[in-house]
Ligand binder design. Structure first.
Ligand SMILES: Nc1ncnc2c1ncn2[C@@H]1O[C@H](COP(=O)(O)OP(=O)(O)O)[C@@H](O)[C@H]1O
Ligand SMILES: [Mg+2]
Length: 254
């Protein structure tokens, strides 16, 4: 049964074992609240992408239960229009021949009237700073613009929750800044934001809560500073609070 105070996503004792025997998630219990900004950190292969694919109903876990707004995920009818995932590889998400067509794809699939689709496309184009690129072929956009396009698609669906998988991967400085501006804006709009990243130094300022995932298990979670204080090297997550004041200090080797 759905209820107003149910968490947006709720995972209960979720485990996933691949057919090749790889146990990729073990006994994950996690609630993500409406409006929360949650960062999930962990080294490559720790299970971040898999965890959120399962939370979004894109993959069924081997065991455990998944709820969306209190409803079992397979019965959560508002899921697709409420939560959107921006994948690490922005190219894999491109479906339209032009930027505007690409953004229109989701709202069209929701069978919204044409006027409403057009309105949403215009609004998403402008929100993501892509208005002047509306007739552009998406594949020719820069990495940062492609990621903004993927976010625009999620916004045009009317999603109140956005999951960004490695949002800083393969972006240059300008692209990182543009992505951070999106993250900052989501905060002021009260959207639920889940960020999967190991690049905490770029964005942790915007986190309400930090979850540390390692080898498919949640090792720790809580307020960011406290969680970072408890990090141990074996988690494979680097404390981003080490700051550099001189070029000569700029190395990740301790
Ligand atoms: N199809 C698959 N078959 C077997 N193992 C897989 C498959 N897909 C992913 N995995 C494994 O699941 C684990 C978690 O992967 P993933 O969620 O992509 O990690 P992350 O996003 O943290 O880098 C990894 O060990 C990965 O190798
Ligand atoms: Mg991943």
């Amino acid at each position: 049964m759905g209820s107003l105070c149910a968490p947006l996503f709720s995972l209960r004792a979720v485990s996933h074992v691949f057919p090749n025997g790889n146990r990729a998630l073990s006994n994950i219990t996690l609630d993500i609240q409406e409006g929360e900004r949650l960062f999930i950190a962990g080294s490559n292969g720790s299970g971040k992408t898999l965890l959120m694919r399962i939370a979004c109903g894109l993959l069924e876990p081997s065991s455990g239960e998944v709820f969306f707004r209190g409803a079992p995920i397979d019965k959560a009818r508002d899921l697709r229009s409420s939560a959107g995932m921006v994948f690490q590889d922005a190219d894999s998400q491109i479906v339209g021949e032009t930027v505007a067509e690409d953004i229109a794809f989701g709202p069209k699939n929701l069978r919204l009237p044409k006027d409403e689709v057009d309105k949403r496309v215009r609004s998403a184009l402008s929100a993501m700073g892509l208005a002047d690129k509306r007739d552009y072929p998406p594949r020719r956009l820069s990495g940062g613009e492609k990621r903004r396009l993927a976010v625009a698609g999620v916004l045009a669906m009317g999603c109140s929750a956005i999951i960004m998988d490695e949002p800083f991967a393969n972006l240059d400085y300008q692209g990182v800044v543009q992505t951070l501006e999106i993250i900052k804006r989501m905060k002021t709009q009260g959207k639920t934001l889940v960020i999967l990243t190991h690049e905490l130094e770029k964005a942790l300022a915007y986190a309400d809560r930090l979850v540390v995932l390692d080898k498919g298990e949640i090792r720790d979670q809580g307020e960011a500073d406290e969680t970072l204080d408890r990090l141990v090297p074996s988690y494979g997550v680097r404390d981003p609070r080490k700051s550099y004041t001189r070029a000569a200090d700029c190395t990740w080797l301790d």
